[in-house]
Design a protein around this ligand. Structure first.
Ligand code: DC
Length: 275
């Protein structure tokens, strides 16, 4: 994404006809759920947030929930390998994912609260990065969080909430959480490019981190995320796969807006054979 992955999106570079038509046709999606899955650093959050802003849907980053549980488990001294205990913690925690108050200051697309305490920055620390794949591989944790995620997806999907619909971002949204989503996207990019993006993002935040370490951590997370027994990372059979390695954010967003239009015009759902 040419260095702009976590910087502001330039709307003017997106064809205005795509923006206007997507704003109209998104209301025809049935349910009004856009699922975006993909590995770490594929651009899911930046792209998902951009699409959500344009069509005025809620942006819901489900990875923040797994990170919040990882942070809380680390704080409470629970053994992270113990799926029963971490699962119980995931059930009991009160998790809130709110729209950003100040995206420039936070540099993130959502504000995250655990039992009322803001942990937006804490859940992005390297120690959470390193542990979150282990926590999110526990079936008990996934059951607890899936329930919370599906409730939000269902509520926004029928158009019965504060926003007209929802863009849900994660690893298993199209396959497990919202298999009925009107449009499913799977974003991918090479390991090198994803590591470069993460490295740039951290350097910009003033964190002096070693590139090779980030690269190794991404490879390790990919492996755990895609090999786990429960809800492994993989594209849904009806997902549109977009490789973002050599694409700018705006181009990816525009492509998704065009798919929103197709889905709306095609009766509310995107059918891959109509590509
Ligand atoms: O997208 P992210 O890097 O913030 O996700 C953090 C971790 O959570 C990642 O290792 C995979 C996991 N995750 C998941 O298993 N299912 C989701 N729906 C979202 C994230």
């Amino acid at each position: 994404m040419n260095g702009s992955q976590d910087s502001a999106m330039h709307w003017e570079r997106i064809a205005s006809v795509a923006v206007e038509e997507a704003q109209q046709w998104c209301l025809w999606l049935t349910p009004r759920v856009i699922a975006i899955d993909g590995p770490a650093g594929s651009g899911k959050s930046t792209v998902g947030y951009g699409v959500a802003e344009i069509v005025d849907f809620l942006f819901f980053d489900t990875g923040a929930m797994y990170r919040a549980v990882t942070w809380a488990a680390g704080n409470s001294g629970i053994d992270l390998q113990d799926g029963v205990q971490v699962g119980r913690l995931a059930e009991e925690l009160e998790l809130d994912i709110l729209p950003p108050r100040d995206i420039i200051r936070h540099g993130r697309n959502s504000v995250v609260l655990v039992n009322g305490q803001e942990v937006t920055a804490e859940i992005r620390r390297p120690e959470v990065d390193q542990r979150v794949s282990v926590v999110s591989a526990h079936g008990q944790v996934r059951t607890a969080l899936s329930l919370k995620q599906r409730q939000i997806g269902d509520r926004y999907g029928v158009g019965d909430a504060e926003k007209a619909g929802v863009v849900m971002v994660g690893r298993d949204i199209g396959t497990v959480i919202m298999p009925d989503a009107a449009l499913k996207i799977f974003l991918d990019a090479s390991v090198e490019e994803r590591a470069r993006r993460r490295h740039r993002e951290m350097m910009r935040q003033g964190k002096d981190v070693d590139f090779e370490q980030i690269r190794a951590s991404i490879i390790q997370r990919d492996k755990i995320d895609s090999e786990r027994a429960v809800a492994p990372l993989r594209p849904a059979s009806d997902a549109v796969i977009i490789d973002t390695s050599d694409m700018g954010i705006e181009k990816v967003v525009e492509n998704i807006l065009k798919l929103v239009i197709k889905a709306g015009q095609g009766g509310g759902k995107y059918a891959p054979q109509s590509k």
